[in-house]
Write a protein that binds this ligand. Structure first.
Ligand code: ADP
Ligand code: MG
Length: 698
C-alpha cells in the first residue's frame, strides 16, 4: 500500500462506503490524508471518577463491572447500561439505541470512555460517550480527537478508523520545502505535520502542524505572484526619461495644489518608468482622491520621451470623461477617444461622418504615431488597433490585470522587443494581507489624504416617514444650483394585484428606474429637469445624457448602478440611493464617492424598506463611517474576500486552513518569496506549476 493506493483497498471499505468517500473527493490514500479535520475534541486528559465535575467533557479509564441491554419503560427503545470502576469510584454509563455495544464490550474489559458528565437523579453518569478498549494507541478516546466534516452515511468512527490505517504512510509524503526554508520559517516537516493534523499528541503539536500546513497554502500563492513578478521584470521596457522641467511646469499650471500623497505616488511612478524593466504598479486611493491627475502626469512624461500612452476605462462613459479631463489637463497633446460608439479627436483631424470610416481614420493615425494618447474601453485590447511604440498602459478601476491581457498588449504595442509599463488604478482598498499574498506581483502606491477643502459627505439612513423631508431638502439644493443623483437597484420587487384579486410579487426589471423617473418628474419635482440613465440604453444615448448632466442641463439624474465608478460631476451634491440593501458596502461607497468632489457640502441619503437586523446594522455602519478603507475592511469581515474583490480566480479560494488573519505567516512567507532565485529552488518552481495545473486560475 502506498499514497496512490485506492481507498477501496482499505479494510472495511465496500462499494457503498467507497462511493461516499469519492463524493467527498477522496479516491486515494493521499486524498484521505489531505482530508483535514475541521475541529478537535480534547479528550487527552484522563480523569479520576472520584473527581468528576458535572458538565465537563472528560475521559475516564475504567474496568467494566456490569453491562446489559434493557428496554426503556415507556418508549420502546433499547438502553445499554454499564457500571464501570477505575479504582477511585464507580460510574454509570448509558447509551440509547445501540444494543450492539454489549457485543463489543464485556465485563472486566479495560475501556476509555470520552464524553460529557451529567449529574441527575441517578447521580453522576455519562450518556452516549465514545468508547474504545484501552491500549496505548487510541483513535477515538483518551486523546485529542479529530472531527471531520462528513457527508451523511459516514460516521466519525468510520473515517477515523480509515485514517488510522493510513496515517503511517504520511511518512512517505515528500516535503516540498527545502530544509533551509523550513528552518528560516521555523516550521515542522510536512510528513510530521500531516500525521499530527489528524492525530495530534498534544495541543502544542497540533498548533505546530497547523502552522506548517497554513504556511504551505500561503507560500504557494506568494511564490506564484513572485514568479509572475520576476517574469515581468525580466522583460525589457522602454526607458522613460524624466522630463523634470516640463512636468514641473505642468504641476504649476494645475488649478489646485497636488496633495502630498499625489506627489509621492507620481514620483514613484516616474522613477519606475526610468528603469528598463516594466513597471507593474497599483495606484490605490479612495474615490475622489485624485488619481486621474497622477495618471495624466505619468502619461505626459511618457509622451515627452516619444512614446504613446493608453488609458483604458471600464465603461464608455468613463472613457469619454477621461477624454475630456485629460484634454483639459494636456491641451498640447494629440489625444484620441476610441470606443464602440464614439470616436473623437481633439485636433478634429478625423473628418469622416460614418462610424466605421472614423474608426479607420483613428486607427491609422494611431498606427502612424500621429497620436500621443489613446483613451478607450477594454475593447482596445481585442480590436484591430495597433499602437506605435507604446510606453505606458494605464487601466482605471480594475486592480487585476491578467497575464493573458498582458500578452495581448505586447502583441499590439508596436515594438516586439519592449514591454510597456503598466499602471492600474483602483478605489477599492486592498488590505495589507492581500497585498502580500495574491497581489504580491504588484508594487503599491497609496493616496491616503483627500484634496484640501473637501468636506466629508454627510450620510443619512432615512426613515421612510422622512421621505418628504428629503425631497424638500433636494429641492433646496437644486435651488442653490446643485445637482442630484438618484440611484435605484436594477431589479426591484413590487406587489401587484392580479385579476383574481390575489396579491403576487412580480419582478419589475429595470422599470424601477423608469417608475422612479416618472414619479419624480411628474409628481414630486414637476418644475425641475429630471432625466434617467440605465444600462440598456444605447451608448450614444448614455454619453449624451451624461454630457447634459455634466453641463448642468439636468438637475436630477435617476439611474441604475451605471454611475457607480469614476463619474466626476463636481457640482453634484446629493446622492440618493433607493433599495440600499441591494448593494454591497463597497459599492455604496462608490456611489457616495460621486458627490463631495468639490467645496460644496454633499449628502448621501439611503432608503430601504427592509427592517432586517443585519441590513440595518450594515447600513448604520456605513452611515457612521466615511473612509473607504474602513468600509472595505468591514465588508470583508461580513461578506468575505470573494464577494468584495471577486477573487474567485485568484487562488484565494484554495486556502483551507490559512486565512488573511494569519498575518505573521503572511509576512514571513512574503519575505522569503521576494526575490527568491527559482533557478536555485527548482523544486519550488515545479510545485507552483503543478499546483497551477490542478486549479484553474485566470
Ligand atoms: P478619483 O481618484 O476618484 O479618480 P478624480 O481623479 O476623478 O478622483 O478626482 C476627483 C476630483 O478632484 C476631480 O474633479 C479633480 O479635478 C479634483 N482634484 C484632484 N486632485 C486635486 C487636488 N490636489 N486638489 C483639489 N482638487 C483635486
Ligand atoms: Mg477615477
Amino acid at each position: 500500500m502506498d499514497l496512490a493506493t485506492s481507498v477501496s483497498q482499505l479494510n472495511r471499505v465496500g462499494k457503498v462506503l467507497e462511493k461516499k468517500l469519492n463524493y467527498l473527493g477522496i479516491e486515494t490514500v493521499d486524498d484521505l490524508l489531505n482530508y483535514y479535520p475541521f475541529r478537535y475534541e480534547d479528550f487527552s486528559e484522563i480523569c479520576d471518577i472520584a473527581n468528576l465535575q458535572e458538565g465537563t467533557e472528560v475521559t475516564v479509564r475504567a474496568k467494566i463491572e456490569l453491562i446489559a441491554n434493557k428496554r426503556s419503560p415507556r418508549k420502546r427503545k433499547i438502553i445499554t447500561e454499564a457500571i464501570v470502576n477505575d479504582g477511585t469510584d464507580s460510574l454509570r454509563i448509558v447509551w440509547f439505541g445501540q444494543p450492539f455495544i454489549t457485543k463489543i464490550l464485556a465485563v472486566r474489559d479495560e475501556v476509555f470512555f470520552s464524553g460529557k458528565v451529567k449529574n441527575d437523579m441517578f447521580g453522576m453518569q455519562m450518556v452516549g460517550p465514545a468508547y474504545e478498549k484501552a491500549t496505548n494507541n487510541t483513535t477515538h478516546t483518551a486523546r485529542i480527537v479529530p472531527i471531520y466534516s462528513l457527508t451523511s452515511g459516514i460516521t466519525q468512527k468510520q473515517i477515523r478508523f480509515l485514517m488510522s490505517q493510513v496515517i503511517d504512510l504520511s511518512r512517505d509524503i515528500k516535503d516540498w520545502l527545502p530544509e533551509n526554508i523550513r528552518d528560516q520559517v521555523d516550521v515542522m516537516e510536512l510528513p510530521e505535520a500531516m500525521k499530527a493534523i489528524h492525530f495530534p499528541e498534544s495541543n502544542d503539536e497540533l498548533r505546530h502542524a497547523e502552522r506548517r500546513l497554513k504556511f504551505d497554502e500561503l507560500f504557494l500563492l506568494q511564490l506564484r505572484a513572485e514568479m509572475i513578478r520576476q517574469s515581468i521584470k525580466r522583460s525589457t521596457a522602454p526607458k522613460i526619461k524624466f522630463d523634470e522641467k516640463k512636468i514641473k511646469k505642468f504641476v504649476r499650471g494645475l488649478p489646485f495644489e497636488l496633495t502630498k500623497d499625489q506627489k509621492i505616488s507620481a514620483w514613484e511612478i516616474i522613477q519606475d518608468m526610468e528603469k528598463d524593466e516594466p513597471m507593474n504598479r497599483l495606484l490605490e486611493g479612495d474615490v475622489g482622491s485624485g488619481k486621474t491627475v497622477v495618471s495624466a502626469m505619468a502619461l505626459y512624461d511618457c509622451v515627452l520621451s516619444g512614446y504613446q500612452g493608453v488609458l483604458m476605462a471600464p465603461t464608455e462613459i468613463l472613457a469619454f470623461q477621461h477624454f475630456q479631463s485629460l484634454g483639459a489637463l494636456l491641451p498640447d497633446l494629440e489625444i484620441i477617444l476610441l470606443t464602440g460608439s464614439k470616436i473623437e479627436d481633439r485636433r478634429l483631424r478625423i473628418i469622416a461622418k460614418s462610424k466605421n470610416r472614423r474608426r479607420d481614420e483613428a486607427i491609422s493615425f494611431i498606427k502612424n504615431g500621429e497620436v500621443n494618447i489613446i483613451i478607450g474601453t477594454h475593447s482596445l485590447l481585442t480590436d484591430d488597433v495597433l499602437f506605435k511604440d507604446l510606453g505606458l498602459l494605464v487601466v482605471d478601476e480594475q486592480h487585476r490585470f491578467g497575464v493573458k491581457q498582458r500578452k495581448k498588449i505586447l502583441e499590439k504595442s508596436g515594438n516586439k522587443k519592449t514591454t510597456p509599463h503598466f499602471l492600474s488604478m483602483t478605489a477599492t482598498p486592498i488590505p495589507r494581507s492581500f497585498a502580500l499574498t495574491v497581489y504580491g506581483d504588484l508594487d503599491l502606491s497609496i493616496i491616503r489624504e483627500m484634496p484640501a477643502g473637501r468636506k466629508a459627505v454627510k450620510t443619512r439612513l432615512v426613515d421612510p416617514h422622512n421621505r418628504e423631508k428629503a425631497y424638500g431638502f433636494i429641492l433646496e439644493q437644486v435651488k442653490c444650483g446643485r445637482q442630484v443623483f438618484v440611484v435605484c437597484s436594477l431589479i426591484q420587487e413590487k406587489e401587484k394585484a392580479t385579476d383574481y384579486g390575489l396579491r403576487t410579487r412580480v419582478i419589475v426589471d429595470k422599470k424601477s428606474v423608469l417608475v422612479e423617473y416618472e414619479k419624480l418628474s411628474k409628481y414630486i419635482f414637476p418644475d425641475l429637469k429630471v432625466d434617467f440613465l440605465h444600462g440598456k440604453l444605447k451608448p450614444e444615448e448614455k454619453n449624451e445624457t451624461m454630457a447634459k448632466f455634466k453641463n448642468g442641463e439636468i438637475d436630477i439624474l435617476v439611474s441604475t448602478s451605471v454611475v457607480e465608478v469614476g463619474v466626476d460631476i463636481p457640482n453634484a451634491s446629493v446622492m440618493m440611493i433607493e433599495g440600499a440593501e441591494n448593494f454591497g458596502l463597497a459599492q455604496l461607497h462608490q456611489f457616495r464617492g460621486r458627490v463631495g468632489r468639490s467645496e460644496h457640502q454633499s449628502y448621501c441619503f439611503l432608503f430601504t424598506d427592509s427592517d432586517s437586523k443585519s441590513v440595518q446594522e450594515r447600513l448604520t455602519y456605513f452611515e457612521k463611517n466615511n473612509s473607504g478603507f474602513d468600509v472595505a475592511e468591514y465588508d470583508l469581515e461580513i461578506r468575505g474576500p470573494g464577494e468584495v474583490y471577486g477573487t474567485n480566480q485568484s487562488g484565494m479560494e484554495q486556502l483551507r486552513l490559512a486565512t488573511m488573519h494569519d498575518r505573521d505567516l503572511i509576512k514571513i512567507g512574503r519575505d522569503v518569496a521576494r526575490g527568491i532565485d527559482f533557478d536555485k529552488y527548482v523544486g519550488l518552481k515545479k510545485k507552483v506549476e503543478e499546483w497551477e495545473l490542478n486549479i484553474h486560475l485566470e
